[in-house]
Write a protein that binds this ligand. Sequence first.
Ligand code: G6P
Length: 611
Amino acid sequence: MCGIIGYIGSKNAVPIIVNGLKKLEYRGYDSAGVAVNNNGEFCAVKKRGRLTELEQALKKTPIKGNIGIGHTRWATHGEPSDINSHPHLSEFNTIAVVHNGIIENYKELKAKLEKLGVKFSSQTDSEVVAQLAEYYKTKFGGSLLDIVSRVAQALEGSFALGIMAKDNPNTLIAIKKDNPLIIGVGKDGNFIASDVPAVLEHTKSVYYLADKEIAVIKKDSIEFFTLEKEPINKEVSLIEWDASESEKGGYQHFMLKEMLEQPKILQATIKHAKQRLSQKEVLDKLDIKQYTKIVITACGSAYNAGFVAKYVLEDLARIPVEIELASEFRYKNPIVDDKTLVILISQSGETADTIAAMREAKSKGATTLGVVNVVGSCIATESDVCIYTLAGPEIAVATTKAYSAQLVVMYLLAIKFASDLGVIDEKTIKALENDVNSIPDLVDVTIKSTIDTIAKYSALCIGYSSIFFIGRNIDYAVALEGSLKLKEISYIHSEAYAGGELKHGTISLIEDGTLVVAIASNPRLFPKIMSNVEQVMTRGAKVFSIETSLVNESDRIQHKDLFRIKTHSINELFSPSLSVIILQLFSYFVAANKGLDIDKPRNLAKSVTVE
Ligand code: G6P
């Protein structure tokens, strides 16, 4: 949700910023801009549309400077337009600001400043930061740190800010609250950025800014202060990701590259999660005997991963698990206490609703476990215990590898809890662990053996205006993810239903030629879901059926309107890890055959850091 990058050093900031913005485009892409301070003069170029528009504009109006800030926007307040794009300059061009977040009291601040004669030029909440800084600068003077400290204390809401002053070309200031910001330590200068990939080609040494910390960044020094300007010491962290991991590496889309990386990242995640689950600190906090229930809360695909986990945890550990959308959980006065384990699942670790849910759970005394991909992110650092998914940087807006990595962490957690509670015997535990260990290879086989067939079949599916996904039990949870994936990137309307629920209304939407994707990975429920398939086919539907190989051929439906893919045999509880691969590939190829911008679907952003 908006990407920020800034640079101060001995090089020209503009190409560094534009390249950084390319790495941050997944955070928002309806407009972009860059501003530099060139020997005491601000020069800014801002453009509505994709980054390529900004690049074109910069060709026509080249700018340069050794300090600069850039922004890629996902509009909240004010439509996408050149004027509403960031950086925002104050009325007399003395302050330039990039902002990610929402200034909740901007109307009040704007009204006060307008009464004082300040003229605003945009409809954004962000401009108020630049105008307020200029007002304080004129009224109280002081250093840029003094001004930013004063401004930040007047702001309500969430913000990550990069700020420059025209009369101070040697200082770049960064501050954050409830939105991510990192400071990169380079050889020829220093950086600020919303996320690690933006600086990876320059440095692997970063500081994670905590809420209400201010960084005063110069060409060759970085200092940190509290909001009240007390100096603070921070430790630099070394990033383990490789710069090439956030490159497309010859693939047409990041999504394809990320899907194909799944066997490798699953292996790494399984190894890491096992280690984590044997560490004393983790064992103490996650002693399942202390808890009477588990609540999983998350958004989007992470919620769907939690939905799968509910089935696995309840089945194996026999402990009640509730699954809640984080945006609902945070406002419902949830029933959680010190006997509840609340699990937050999040790729970015920065989703505003999931962060709020975590804080709500903590305030009620619950223990929180974060299952997070981005190291140093808010949920990773604020949760009581964190298990990382080692999916590496995920750039495509529609998640694939991070979702798969979340699943395996949750499987291992379920096995651990079942073992600690003594509800399964040693032999079963060993067998389940072996099943999880086999997932990376089975995912590899699934990709290799189905990709060409799915690519061909998907080309036949681009004309559907609506597609239904059905499944029972854990397959229903996977259906939710399959449906979300398809609509996110192909713009085809789709819905997921529990197979048994279809006849309670939805079946009225099935007509001649509707496509129904059925997931049938559970041999016990196979006849049940096939009877749902019969019901829709009788009404004219075509069916794409993803079936377990563990049933007799004679039990399968043979029909010209049914296209079948069989999945490899796997414990049914872990079957989502294979069926989701087929669903991801299906969505990808439908969208690719429609010629859509797969990595950056319209209106979406990868990291939703606002409500
Ligand atoms: C956005 C993304 C989804 C993601 C969700 C939660 O909607 O487009 O792919 O699942 O946010 O994000 P998180 O970073 O918390 O997993």
